[in-house]
Design a protein around this ligand. Structure first.
Ligand SMILES: Cc1cc2nc3c(=O)[nH]c(=O)nc-3n(C[C@H](O)[C@H](O)[C@H](O)COP(=O)(O)OP(=O)(O)OC[C@H]3O[C@@H](n4cnc5c(N)ncnc54)[C@H](O)[C@@H]3O)c2cc1C
Length: 211
């Protein structure tokens, strides 16, 4: 991408999508990436649905900043399918004596995946029972009715943009979570292509942190 950036005008640059490395198997020389498929719209989802062994793919990166803090009293991790791999990696990198709560919303029980969490970390699966829409999602309601333990919490919350805005407001304003201990971002936006919503993130209306 860097080499292309030097050569091509902006409008000719390839369109990119952002994904999480779930696992690297050095012996098998594999990088595991899990794509949510969501119908015919978009580039990456439909590509993954049709992908065959041997299909080429180019990538650059990685870029990441978050890692669970070993001295936090407890951890709160919240996601939908798009951030499930990021959540799983984070939980699996925690120390064995870590405490926490993981809330993951997926379509149905079939979408449930193995997450090797420390004994003190509860992994709670939430089932929408339908494709994601602002009406079918249950994540924000579940957080509202969940009792959160007191103490020094580190939170990692990622998913659909409007949900992230709502959850952020609730956690900061109603639960008093410290902004600096809250890693929250939109991984995708309902009804918008990635390049559009990433551009909107640079405007006030597109920001999670709107207050
Ligand atoms: C740091 C980071 C890591 C990410 N890791 C992953 C990952 O490991 N796996 C993963 O699947 N996604 C991941 N995502 C989200 C992914 O980048 C977006 O979902 C992206 O929009 C998918 O591109 P697309 O070409 O399929 O759809 P786009 O062209 O971006 O969008 C087309 C349409 O599909 C809808 N759409 C996009 N994503 C979803 C979705 N998840 N569910 C339902 N509808 C959707 C859009 O609202 C739009 O209407 C990550 C995002 C970020 C920022």
């Amino acid at each position: 991408m860097e080499a292309l950036r030097d050569r091509l005008p902006k409008h000719q640059m390839p369109t990119t999508r952002t994904y999480t490395i779930r696992h690297i198997d050095r012996e098998a020389e594999q990088i595991w990436v899990d794509f949510v498929t969501h119908g015919d719209e978009g580039l990456a989802g439909p590509w993954a649905e049709r992908a065959q062994p041997g299909d080429p793919i180019s990538f650059f990166g990685p870029g990441s900043g978050y890692s669970p803090r070993p001295d936090a009293d407890w951890h709160l991790l919240v996601s939908d399918e798009a951030a499930l791999q990021a959540i799983a990696r984070s939980v699996e990198s925690m120390s064995l004596d870590a405490s926490g709560l993981v809330l993951v919303e997926v379509r149905s029980e079939e979408e449930r995946q193995q997450i090797d969490a420390p004994a003190g970390v509860e992994v709670r699966w939430l089932y929408r029972g339908a494709d994601f829409t602002p009406e079918t999602t249950v994540l924000a309601d579940e957080i509202r009715r969940t009792e959160l333990p007191p103490g020094d919490v580190q939170a990692f919350v990622h998913g659909e943009r409007a949900q992230m805005k709502e959850i952020r407001r609730h956690l900061v304003k109603e639960r008093g979570l410290s902004r600096k201990e809250l890693s929250i971002s939109a991984y995708w936006a309902y009804g918008r292509k990635e390049q559009d919503f990433q551009a909107e993130k640079k405007t006030p209306a597109g920001q999670i942190d709107d207050d």
